[in-house]
Design a protein around this ligand. Structure first.
Ligand SMILES: Cc1ncc(COP(=O)(O)O)c(C=O)c1O
Length: 391
């Protein structure tokens, strides 16, 4: 079972009628469309952002500040090409979404320098928690400098994948101050902005700065997570940097979002009643599924780290490690898969600094979720028994 890919399988039924019957499908969609996105789609994105993500007045999000694309991945790569030269670096708080590394490196040749999110005060008490650590950001910045790989940006995944952390306004302000001090960009990946199930409210950098992002702060997002549409390949950037937008509009030919996809999404985003109901119901389902996941993990005695957002949480399998190193993590990760046939993400793949934290995606239908946790529980407790015997 694949519990390592961030797909939300809980809410397709809510979207089905809109996805399967788009009244706006017509011959015009067969033609090439505007670079950067069709106006009804961009209008719909602006409408959704104003009401549910940026929490600002209607008609304040300028659609000219938006560029859409075939998924957030494609846009992120475009941004790396635009902001960095080959050999430059970006800082990414870690544990991180592993594909950031390939998005930056494979074609744009940009290096990723992790900056630990480990909450050192909690760690001193033997607990695992995550928060922005400016000293770590400074250390990462200096590392880039020392290695002749200047840092051009921080990529902040907010809310965070894979930890599920929702950052406070103070933490976001710290990151912004850090970027501005060093005159580098902030790319805020807010792809999980509407997948919140904890108590902490999500704050977009747009809301925090009252819409004044300037030339150095950019927001990327898409429809794979909050709208459960990974396969539709649709994302967008919101930026007030005219030069960056010009670059992306020129490059748009390489990452176009297809017209039928734009059309069907525009139809969802511009239907206020439908959109509001979908967002509310999806969050309700995430919340109750997360609660069920915790209950099932407790029944199996599998430790975990609390999450507030996304479609995942970290399983805490540190007790299975012979020593607290990533070398010791690898055989445990393999054995857990071998015995359970449930694939989760290793800690090492997320470039964190605490071995033994495995990301588990819980947004499967209830019968599959129950089977996955049952199998993980059996394997976890088997390995634990053998580990304790050999100590
Ligand atoms: C933080 C983050 N950004 C971007 C992506 C990729 O999104 P897309 O499917 O829009 O390319 C993911 C997918 O898991 C993600 O978790």
């Amino acid at each position: 079972m694949l519990c390592s890919i961030a797909e939300n399988k809980l809410s397709y039924d809510l979207l089905q009628s809109k996805l399967e019957h788009d009244p706006n499908i017509n011959q015009a969609l067969a033609n090439y469309a505007m670079f950067g996105g069709m106006e009804p789609f961009k209008k719909g994105i602006a409408n959704m952002l104003e009401k549910y993500v940026f929490h600002c007045a209607a008609n304040t999000v300028n659609t000219q500040h938006l560029c859409v694309g075939a998924g957030t991945t494609a846009l992120l790569e475009g941004i790396f090409f635009a902001l960095c030269d080959q050999g430059d670096s970006v800082i990414i708080p870690s544990p991180m979404y592993p594909a950031f590394v390939t998005d930056a490196r494979v074609r744009a040749g940009v290096k990723v320098i992790p900056a630990s999110l480990t909450d050192t005060a909690a760690a001193a008490e033997g607990k695992v928690a995550f928060k922005i650590n400016v000293e770590e950001l400074e250390r990462a910045y200096q590392k880039g400098k020392d290695e002749g790989s200047p840092v051009k940006a921080v990529v902040l995944c907010s809310p965070n994948n894979p930890t599920g952390t929702v950052f406070s306004s103070d933490e976001l302000n710290e990151v912004i101050a850090f970027c501005r001090k060093h005159n580098i960009h902030l790319i805020s990946d807010e792809i999980y902005a509407l997948s919140i199930f904890g108590e902490k409210p999500f704050v977009s950098v747009y809301e925090l700065l009252d819409g004044k992002l300037g030339n150095d702060i950019h927001i990327v997002s898409g429809f794979s997570k909050d709208f459960c549409l990974n396969g539709y390949r649709a994302g967008y950037i919101y930026t007030q940097n005219a030069q960056l937008l010009r670059y992306l509009y020129k490059e748009y030919v390489f990452f176009q979002c297809s017209n039928p996809v734009q059309s069907v999404l525009a139809n969802i985003l511009n239907d206020d009643a439908f959109l509001g109901n979908f967002i509310q119901e999806n969050q309700k389902r995430l919340k109750s599924h997360y609660a069920l996941t915790l209950q099932l993990l407790k029944e199996q005695n599998i430790p975990y780290i609390d999450s507030d957002s996304g479609m995942y949480l970290l399983l805490d399998v540190r007790q299975l490690l012979k020593e607290q190193t990533f070398d010791a993590e690898l055989p445990v990760w393999c054995e857990l898969f071998k015995q359970s046939k449930v694939l989760v993400n290793s800690g090492k793949s997320t470039l964190g600094d605490v071995p033994g934290l495995f990301r588990f995606i819980f947004c499967h239908k209830e019968p599959q979720l129950r089977i996955a946790i049952q199998r993980l529980g059996k394997a976890y407790n088997n390995i634990l028994a053998t580990t304790s015997k050999s100590v």
